[in-house]
Each structure stands twice: as structure tokens, then as C-alpha cells.
Write a protein that binds this ligand. Sequence first.
Ligand code: UN1
Length: 499
Amino acid sequence: MTHNDVTLAVGLSPSELDEGDLAVVSPIDGKLIGRVVMQTPQEAAEMIAKGVEAFGSWRDVPAPRRGEFVRLLGNELREQKEALARLVSTECGKIFQEGLGEVQEMIDICDFAVGLSRQLYGLTMPSERPGHNMRELWQPMGVCGVITAFNFPVAVWAWNACLAMVTGNSVIWKPSEKTPLTALAVQKIFNKVANNFPEAPLGLAQVLIGDGAAGGVLVASPDVAIISATGSTDMGRAVGPVVAARFGRIILELGGNNAMIVTPSADLDMALRAIVFSAVGTAGQRCTSLRRVIVHESVYDPLIDSLKKAYASLKIGSPLDDSVLVGPLIGESSFKRMESALITASGEGGTVCGGKRVLAEEYPDGYYVMPAIVEMPGQTDIVRLETFAPILYVMKYVTFEEAVALQNDVSQGLSSCVFSNNVRETEYFLSQRGSDCGIANVNIGPSGAEIGGAFGGEKETGGGRESGSDAWKAYMRRQTVTVNYSEELPLAQGINFEV
Ligand code: UN1
């Protein structure tokens, strides 16, 4: 299949892909796959106005009916799963299996949101006053702006949009400039469902293609009630204060520097498989990618030996080839950052295995690398930095407390895990003294989270939570209600105030 066939299969016509200013290339071979039109800041403002109008009617549609809409969206995604997954692989370079997994995450969150649409429960609480009732209501907020990164070009939109829509909000999506085609394809799928759903207003979900300026309009607008942004910590540092200054609601999902602790009692075969999947999957470009392995000195040599063997057998190549496990980096600048991190790591005492560029003759404009294992004498500055590439730093530990301290001694706090069959260690890891991350796993790697749990992390990861559990509450405003059904007007706290 050519790149052209892939875009055609999701309904993107050649004419809409050859007229814009934003050139989109496939990381597979650096070839142009489309030129899309970017919206101006003026057009972004018009979209916001349309989103506000859409919210005006959508909030009145009963939540279960909004859920029905999301159910139909999930059905349409099931129909188009393979075609969309192929475009995901072509546009962001993840292998087809992971592309399928990503679309499956969209389907899963649709199902979750459908159930949720009948469970937007508020509490009731006893009033201290006679003849009074107290309860909480959850109300829709308005327009939800969703900013997504290249590495999960469709699933992260779905986590946000499905919750935002069942909770009664409208959505404006600013995808990464590197992956606008998948966003346009999802918008087509969305429109197909919306056009057949009488209560879905025009502008219920929109895509804003643009650079930082267009995204900036979204972030700064007081008419955008919620900003949910996924990307680097630097991006969060820029976006966060702007939203905070206007007292908007913000959900941030930023950098990770995820670790695994491998203890003496660990099942080393399981640990090995988990390490390889989490460290080289998506070519190390997940926010949940494994970046640090902290290994007990007694199992260090056997584990590192088998890890190096496993790395040597990895097939690297086109993400659309079924036998390939490692696709390309998103582009040259990622490769440069990886190269420079490895040079720094050597300078800080690390021993680097792998990390070289490969397949450069076959793909002069595609950036394929051998994933790198770097044995470090300790947790130096470069180890504390998130480099969005397949670099795995390995370090030794002696006591478990020391391992947990190392794991926590970074500025990011997304995902973490321990491989151990010792309940004292695993429960310590999950205790208040243990992992300080938003995600803490036992005998599972740090990546590949299910949508049913709340997803996100602490510290420089931004503190936001998306997808499962009660993350929906971030898309609604809580209203505390007290109703007096008596004929008296007693005051709370027993205050006497006679007029
Ligand atoms: C991301 O990289 O931004 O847990 C999201 C995972 C995926 C999501 C990653 N479910 O690895």
C-alpha cells in the first residue's frame, strides 16, 4: 500500500491534501503525505464561538442520549479500525500492532463513556438544618480544548473528547503539527456519526490545525472552559500559567521519566519482556516509556546480558512490516537529541550499547535507530532528563529503600513499576513511602495502561488525570445545592440573626 492509498482509505481526498501550508511527512521515509490548510488565529476565534454555541444546545441533551452518540462513534471506529491504525502508523511511525492498539483505546474509552453517561453521580449529604436537603450536582462546563502530541495522535483526543462529550461539553482539538492527517480522519468519522444524530449540534467537535499561534488563541480564550494538554513539560510550563491567569480549568499530562525496579526475587524472564516492550515500543516515544531500570546488584549481570541479547535480535524497520518491532523516530531533531544525550551520558560515566542510526541508505530521510542500553554509575543529570527516544539507563542498587529513593529522585512523576515476588517490597513500593508517581505497577512495565484507570502523574508530569476512574469530574463543575422545604429559615452553625 502506498502512503496515498493509506490516506484515501480513511476518506481523505487528494484535493484536500494538496492545498495547504502545513507539509506533513511520514517518518517512515520522510516523504510528503499531504499539505493541509492551517487555520488563522481569526479562524480559531470563530471556531471557539461555534463551540460555545454548540455547547448551548448539547448541554440540554440528556446525558444517556449523549452517551448514545458516543456509542455510535465507537461503532464507527470499530468499522474503520484498521484503516485508521494504518494512517496512525504512517503518520507517526508506530508499528501497526501499536496503531491498532491505539484505535482500540479509542473504542474502549467510547464504551467507558457510554456507561459513564448513566453514572454521573453526585453525593447527597445530611443537612444540619431541619427541613433541608443537601446534594451535589455535576454540570457541564463549556468548550473543552484538547491539545495532543504526535505519539498518541488519536487516542488522547478520544480520552478527552469522549468524557467531555458525555459530560455535556463541546470540543476543539489542536493536534500536533506533525500528525494533522489522523486528526482530520477522526473528524471525518466523527462527522459521519454527527450528521446522522439529530441532537448533535454543528461544532460539537472541531479540529483546529495550526501552529503555536492558533493553539495560543485556544489557551488564552476565556470562552474555552477547559484546556487538556498533553506534551512536553516545556509545553506545560508555557500553557499552564496562561490558563491559570484566567482561572480556567487545566488538565496537564506532561513528561515522564519512568523507572522499573528489579529485585532479587523478580521473575527475570517476565521482567525482561516487560523492559523490552516498555523501552523500545513506539521507539521509546511514549510518555510512559521505560527510561530507567534500577536493578539489584545480585541479578544485574544476568539481566543485563539477556537484555543486550534481546536488543540485538530486535527487528527495526518500516512500522507497516508485520515482523518489525521498532519503527522510526518522528524525525531528525529527535535523532539529534538522542545522539547528544548518548554523548552526554558517556561523558557522565555511562557505557553505551547500541544507539546508532540504521537503515540510512534505504531511508535517507527516515530516522531509524538501534535502541540504546546505557549502564550508568549512578543517577546523573542526563538520566534525570526525559529524552524522547529509545534510551534505557540501567543502574545498580543494594537496598530496596535506596532503589525507591532513586526511582523518586527525578522531577517527573508519571509511571513506575517494581518486579518482585516479595510482598514486603511490593507493598512498600505501593505505600506512602513508595513510588511517588501517578501510576505504580507490580510485575508489569510502566507503559500500556488500560483506559479504566485515571491516567496521569505528579510533579512535572502536571498533575492532571484523564480517561478512567473519576477523571470525568475534571470536565464538569460541581455545584453544592441546599434546598429548604420547611417554612422556617434556620441559619447554619445555629446563628441567631433576627430581622
Ligand atoms: C502517552 O504516551 O501520551 O499507557 C500516552 C500507555 C498508553 C498511553 C500513553 N496507554 O502507554
